[in-house]
Design a protein around this ligand. Structure first.
Ligand SMILES: [Zn+2]
Length: 511
């Protein structure tokens, strides 16, 4: 420590001001030079720029809680961003995955928890589909009629656009899974036709698997209006632009630029609490008062920390919502669902853990996307390890070690020994979600061993390079879908070393 006299302090203050100003100017110039227009400083400008040339979704939904239905009109301005001629366009119809009990999206052992009041179907029913104003030919296919195939009259060339209009109704199931409703609220997630991803492997037409978060989508711009009874409060992706009263209903106008999905939740019993973190308004929606404030605190603290260490969250809103859910938590752009059970006093520790995990997903899934069917470790492993980092930052090294060794990372992986006795010995992390025998096995490998991969990288390269690598990965891949090679590339670039072998050892070693 050095104690300075008052005069010296004055001189130092002036010098310090000059140095700080010089550093800021240099940084601003460097940021503009290095990142160019792709990474300007203001979140809203980043969203506008990221939104250029993306698909545009416009959805008008009428929500009727009595009949548990949504009546929807949707238009999609679809652009062929690939280098290939497209002869068809495909959409996921996730609600249809909830149609048949014998094809349910839950593991058999979870059916009672998913449907506490018995099986309840959900689906999406089209009345009309038009392409550029003309009635279109379409076919429903996939495992449970959950894929819509549009036959194009003329091939769609690279960079060409067409306008797809759909009118449909959605029935929400009585379910404690992601999609549906419970006693306290409605979960309108994975609810509308969303374009399948066309990438270097062609069309991705995966069904709604029972294990993992079986979703893969491109970032798009959304304008959504929801007409709901006036006593309902909505938590949504994006930002509510206006609420207009019409009779006994309210029309909510919501804009969500540059997001990879659009979700909303509704309840007539939600209470709310909000806090500003940087440019983002963090809001907690809850029906269990004290814990709702806690969830807000955990979400705000983790958002602030991740803003700092990964790069700024560009969106104006982030909603954390107590939900009738049995699966812990689930992430959507600008919105997370948290299991009602976590809000009970005895589970507050887990409320923090899950809130932080889902908040980390805002970066790893939301902003930097990946194929969650084939490369689930990329978002889940990194999200788990981001949660470990949060504990270290907020509570110190001892707590971080405790979480890593007993709950996340090694904590999860160590449970694997029970599977060895069953003769299940293949520990390969990098494989499609449908190749894991069950959720627990998936959890121990993709989440547990996945987090260990990132822990070992950090140990090997040191904190400085590790965080630089994550920042570069975020900066270079935000608003896109990343591949394994993009992640490795970020660490290679910041260290000047080749990390492929380290990654592959963790991802492909059977033991
Ligand atoms: Zn997760």
């Amino acid at each position: 420590m050095e104690i300075l006299s008052k005069r010296k302090i004055k001189v130092y203050k002036v010098l310090l001001a000059i140095i700080v100003a010089a550093i800021i100017i240099t940084l601003l110039l460097a940021l503009n030079g290095v990142f160019g227009p792709k990474f300007p400083l203001d979140g809203s400008i980043r969203l506008v720029q990221a939104g250029r040339g993306l698909n545009q979704y416009e959805i008008k939904a009428v929500f009727d809680p009595d009949s548990k239905t949504l009546t929807c009109y949707q238009s999609v301005l679809y652009k062929n961003t690939s280098d290939d001629l497209l002869t068809h366009i495909y959409f996921h119809l996730y609600p249809n995955a909830f149609q048949y009990e014998d094809k349910a999206v839950f593991e058999k052992s979870d059916m009672n928890r998913a449907y506490p009041n018995g099986f309840s179907p959900g689906f999406l029913d089209f009345s009309i589909v038009r392409i550029n104003g003309e009635e279109a030919d379409y076919v429903l296919g996939g495992y449970s009629d959950d894929i819509l195939m549009l036959l194009l009259e003329d091939d769609l060339a690279p960079d060409e656009e067409l306008n797809i209009e759909m009118e449909y109704t959605v029935l929400l199931p009585d379910s404690m899974g992601r999609f549906g409703y419970g006693e306290n609220m409605y979960k309108v997630v994975n609810w509308y036709p969303i374009a399948c991803v066309y990438d270097e492997d062609g069309w991705n037409l995966d069904p709604y698997y029972a294990i993992g978060d079986p979703f893969y989508s491109d970032v798009a711009n959304y304008k959504v209006s929801v007409k709901a009874p006036e006593d309902y409060v909505l938590a949504t992706s994006g930002e509510v632009k206006s609420k207009k009263k019409k009779g006994e209903e309210i029309i909510w106008q919501i804009h969500a630029p540059a997001v990879r999905d659009f979700a909303w939740l509704a309840s007539n019993t939600f209470k709310t609490a909000s806090r500003k973190v940087g440019k983002t308004l963090v809001s907690s929606y809850f029906y269990t008062t004290e814990a709702g404030e806690r969830a807000l605190d955990y979400a705000a603290a983790s958002l602030a920390y991740f803003n700092n260490v990964f790069g700024e969250y560009p969106y104006s809103n982030y909603a954390v919502v107590e939900s009738d859910l049995y699966i812990g938590g689930m992430e959507y752009p600008n919105l997370i669902m948290l299991d009602h059970g976590l809000y009970q006093k005895s589970n507050i520790g887990y409320l923090e853990l899950v809130t932080v995990h889902e908040t980390a997903h805002q970066w790893w899934y939301g902003l930097v996307g990946n194929n969650q069917i084939t490369d689930a470790w990329m978002d889940e492993g990194l999200t788990e390890y981001s949660t470990v980092l949060y504990y270290g930052n907020r509570y110190g090294e001892k707590k971080e070690q405790d979480i890593y060794q007993n709950i996340i990372g090694e904590g999860k992986y160590n449970i694997l020994s029970s599977y060895w006795s069953l003769g299940i010995l293949d520990e390969t992390i990098h494989r499609p979600i449908y190749e894991f025998v069950d959720w627990t096995f998936y959890d121990m490998l993709v989440y547990g061993k996945g987090a260990m991969l990132f822990h070992s990288l950090r140990e090997e390269m040191g904190d400085e390079k590790f965080f630089q690598g994550l920042q570069k990965y975020y900066r270079d891949n935000q608003f896109q879908n990343a591949r394994k090679s993009d992640l490795i590339h970020a660490f290679d670039q910041v260290t000047g070393l080749d990390w492929q072998k380290s990654f592959n050892r963790w991802l492909y070693d059977k033991r």
